[in-house]
Design a protein around this ligand. Sequence first.
Ligand code: GLN
Length: 228
Amino acid sequence: SVTKAGDYEGELIMATNATFPPYEFVENGEYEGIDVEIAEKIAEELNFELVIEDVEFGSIIAGVESGKYSMGMAGMTVTDERKKSVNFSDTYAVAVQSVIVPSGSDIKSIDDISSEKKIGVQQDTTGDIYATEDYGDDAIVRYKTGPDAVQALASGKVDCVIIDNEPAKAYVKANDGLELLDSAYAEEEYAICVSKNDEELLEKINDALAKLKADGTIDSIVSKYISA
Ligand code: GLN
């Protein structure tokens, strides 16, 4: 049901795309991951019940804008373009875009990627946006999820996949015959997005984040999933 921004009847409705380990994924029928655990702590601080809506990454911002979800938390990179539609919280993680290739690929570094290659991306992500800018629409093959893009790479349909570094590591670990290039493609910061009509929620989320950063909660959640 669509609620007015700011009126979520005691629920914190988090829109995410749960195909993005270690930030959000489904294991044994449960939502797990860094974002999920941080969101649970934020909900606790705010005295809300956390409700997770697993949707396509590209529909999160529109749903937050319209008030369907109270926030979007999905390893989401802060960009100027997205800031036109939603407000972002303080950032809680940094990331880079990485390149996955099949072992033995002729793509040995980022300089070997060109508009002649087929580049797999997750639709509407910063990997999609930057790669489209750099190599042109014709070079880009868009998939609904990261795992779909990685499957296409494993079966030879694309030459590389550009995607956030931590999910990239998880996907490479889960699939034989793939590896990560050493060099990073772009640096970015993750934050939670909230409707522009919901300044109060944004402030509360920032207060909760500050507390969870200061008392070490965020660090301890991150270190459960990412080894330093
Ligand atoms: N960080 C990337 C973005 O914001 C990818 C996020 C995702 O796929 N969940 O576009």
